[in-house]
Design a protein around this ligand. Sequence first.
Ligand SMILES: Nc1ncnc2c1ncn2[C@@H]1O[C@H](COP(=O)(O)OP(=O)(O)OP(=O)(O)O)[C@@H](O)[C@H]1O
Ligand SMILES: [Mg+2]
Length: 312
Amino acid sequence: MSTPLMEVRGLSKVYRRGGLWSRTQVNAVRDLSMTIDAGQIVALVGESGSGKTTAGRILARLVRPTAGTVEFEGRPAGHQPEPTVQMIFQDVFGSLNPAHSVGHHLRRAIVRSAHEDDVDKTVAELLGSVGLRPAERFAKRYSHELSGGQRQRVGIARALAPAPRLVIADEPVSMLDMSVRVDILNLLAGLREKRGVALLYITHDLVSARYLADRITVMFSGYGVESAPATALLDEPQHPYTRLLLASVPGSTTTPTKPTVTKPTVAKPATTADGCPFVARCPLATEQCATVMPPVTTLPGDRWVRCHAVQS
Ligand SMILES: Nc1ncnc2c1ncn2[C@@H]1O[C@H](COP(=O)(O)OP(=O)(O)OP(=O)(O)O)[C@@H](O)[C@H]1O
Ligand SMILES: [Mg+2]
């Protein structure tokens, strides 16, 4: 088996909040393991607050994990952001400095190995590759002169400037009009074909994850709860939370309570800190679920799930 492009093991991130007298801690990511192969598109899906952005930022080396390891091509990743991993953000309005032109943003992002003369040519190529033509005209524009979709295209061009191997796109279309979302998703999908770039696509939305991704990992309350090739996950979701997510997609025929292997349910147990975080909403919850966090179970077909009700 070839070495994955990126491999993370047992990632956790604890944020501590508050002052001297009242301190709380948030377990934003808990024991998350995943791999991304070269040129692969992996979607990280989950509801608000499930830890997707934190996980993405750890992979991009923008946030230090509290525990766990991150390896890039088999080598431990450093503590600093590296050009090989770039991030695209949700906030297309805030991610560009209004005082600088598009060309300025891109010139700053290009890793200067080439001659200085080549930089403008590279800027033009980057703008052309994200569909902003004529490139010379777009290079002179400022962010207020661009539509939301055009701003996100500039964000993508900027992420591509250092020739990354992995792009992490955090909800890249959720702030855009419906009409331009599909164009941006197609542009992201094309990066793999044209540049061999791998993509971690972070989203709330299973429909776009299905459209784009080879593999989907579902997060809930900081944990990875299920991961599988995209088609298998959508055709035969195993975790009750994945089933719930799928059942909420318009037109879905999934029923929320039917994994292929189940245990009988008992009266709804109370949640404890040690148990499965999904217990209060889970139709299959048992006493064990309330007290013992389910381990990761590997299933046939290159998939895993974290649920007491599903056995290998
Ligand atoms: N810098 C921070 N300081 C303190 N808590 C944080 C910080 N960033 C995130 N959190 C908390 O960590 C948890 C996970 O947040 P995160 O932004 O990773 O979730 P998310 O899945 O990306 O959510 P959303 O879909 O709303 O973007 C949340 O409870 C959030 O409030
Ligand atoms: Mg987020």
